[in-house]
Design a protein around this ligand. Structure first.
Ligand code: FAD
Ligand code: ZN
Length: 470
């Protein structure tokens, strides 16, 4: 089936870049929640080749699933089970095309791994601030397609705020050259913002012009024990006041989340977690000096101890210690995976409402589904919690998910709605949250979204069934 299409894809990209065997790495999602089946994985080597691949697929009526690092958490980057979809991997588009120091921009291709972009920026004397635990394998194209957040959003915004221009291959296989480095451009509808966060359903991002920032003179990290989520919010207020724009990270971690890290990565030392319900990781980026940053941190922590919103705290002595503290935070998703299958929620709630949300949702779940274990952590500074649910300790996790996942999701999302939050702060909709999106968005919103999809991808060949029902 589709032999003619495969032949023309081989002519376009070269035999070795049209794969039909050993596709597990492209067909299974990071969380191992499911495995699809692709007709083939195609790896074009340039924007022109991406455009030609799309045209060939359109002519054959075959749909495409764009894929970057395949680290997405909502089943958006893997094919369905039909065996009739092409996975379009952007892996080979990984050139940094230009750095413009005066304009503070970097232009790079979609398949660049995030960490390599951070490195390229640093080598040029700048900061590219987007940062997340998957940065060693996720790509900038995937980051923009999901409007990724991460740990620096508090100061620098999410992927959308870091992007000035895009190059996109449309669903018709045309190339839109929108790589402007302009900070101001009010000429009609913002097409760039339409593609950012569209999860591959409107077109394929092939390159982006991104914002750079001056490298801070010093970046200091602190770890604090806090007596409750309400105290964590109080500490956030104090940190804003003391550090101003220097506050570049504020992550909260619940005791059970840290206990999982201590259990599964016993070589890592986790400060304070045994004696406190929550720990907070703070980062202060300073443009003056390390001594100044340290002084500011010490004043903040003194005030916090005095106010009773911190019971214990350490400031990392050096870069190695700082990395170890960040590594603890970043190990939580892996520790959860080691503990077994789990149910993830990536929600945002107004910061002021988070203590009440956590208290009432914890109580609700524990009442309705006895024995559930709640893994609570996230980017508190952005009002974004990864509010995850692990099966009871002595049960079969797969069975627990089969029986309870839908109910758990309904309870959590009802609570999120009550607190006027969002069911996806950063991971997106993929195929996992399509029905929930329909249930929660207003008819007016759904109508506008469907109209945009129909206008840009009338044949529904771009990642069908993701974000919107096929
Ligand atoms: P993929 O997983 O390959 O694709 C994701 C989606 O984007 C899919 O719908 C795909 O079709 C589409 N897509 C990919 N490339 C393109 C392209 N070039 N053009 C059009 N569409 C495309 N996310 C956060 O936001 N914040 C976090 O803090 C965070 N932490 C994470 C930690 C871990 C350990 C892991 C595994 C994931 C984490 N994620 C986080 C989720 C994930 O890393 C991000 O969604 C990331 O942006 C995905 O990039 P990717 O290249 O892997 O994209
Ligand atoms: Zn996150």
């Amino acid at each position: 089936m589709h032999t003619a299409l495969l032949t023309s894809l081989r002519q376009l990209c070269g035999d070795s870049h049209v794969l039909t065997q050993d596709l597990a790495a492209f067909e299974a999602d990071w969380r191992k929640r499911g495995r699809g089946k692709a007709l083939a994985v195609v790896r074009p080597g340039s924007t022109a080749e991406v455009a030609a691949v799309v045209k060939a697929c359109v002519a054959a009526g075959v749909s495409l699933v764009p894929q970057g690092g395949n680290t997405g958490l909502v089943m958006g980057s893997t094919p369905d089970e039909s065996g009739r979809q092409i996975v379009l991997s952007l892996q080979r588009l990984r050139a940094v095309r230009a750095i413009d120091p005066a304009n503070l921009t970097l232009t790079a291709e979609a398949g660049c791994v995030l960490q390599s972009l951070q490195d390229a920026a640093r080598e040029a004397g700048f900061l590219f601030p987007l940062s997340l635990a998957a940065e060693g394998s996720c790509t900038i194209g995937g980051n923009l397609a999901t409007n990724a957040g991460g740990t620096q959003v508090l100061r620098y915004g999410n992927a959308r705020e870091l992007c000035l221009g895009l190059e996109v291959v449309t669903a018709q296989g045309e190339i839109w050259q929108g790589l402007s480095g302009l900070r101001k451009d009010n000429t009609g509808y913002d097409l760039r913002d339409l593609f950012i966060g569209s999860e591959g359903t409107l077109g394929i991002i092939t390159a982006a012009t991104l914002k750079l920032y001056p490298l801070p003179a010093a970046r200091l990290t602190a770890w604090a024990a806090v007596p409750s989520m309400a105290h964590a919010v109080e500490l956030l207020g104090l940190a804003h006041r003391h550090l101003g724009a220097g506050l570049t990270g504020f992550e909260v971690m619940g005791q059970f989340a840290l206990r999982l890290v201590a259990k599964h990565f016993s070589q890592q030392r986790v400060p304070f977690y045994e004696s406190t319900p929550f720990c907070v990781l703070l980062e202060n980026s300073d443009h003056e000096s390390e001594a100044h940053a340290r002084e500011q941190f010490e004043r903040l922590l003194e005030a916090a101890l005095e106010a009773g919103c911190v019971s214990d705290a350490v400031v990392a002595e050096n870069l190695t210690q700082a990395r170890q503290l960040w590594h603890l935070r970043e190990s939580i998703p892996m520790a959860q995976a080691e503990e077994g299958l789990n149910i993830k929620h990536d929600v945002s709630i107004p910061v002021s409402q988070i203590p009440a949300f956590v208290a009432s949702t914890d109580a609700l779940l524990q009442r309705e589904i006895p024995g559930v274990r709640l893994v609570n952590f996230g980017h508190l500074g952005d009002g974004n919690l990864h509010y995850n649910v692990q099966a009871p300790a002595d049960g079969d996790a797969a069975e627990f998910l089969a029986t309870h996942e839908e109910r758990v999701n309904n309870l959590v999302y009802e609570s999120v709605t009550q607190y006027r939050g969002s069911i996806s702060a950063e991971h997106g909709v993929g195929s996992m949250k399509v029905a929930k999106l329909e249930a929660l968005k207003s008819p007016v919103e759904m109508h506008m979204m469907r109209a945009i999809k129909a206008a840009l991808d009338p044949l529904n060949l771009m990642n069908p069934g993701r974000v919107l029902r096929a």
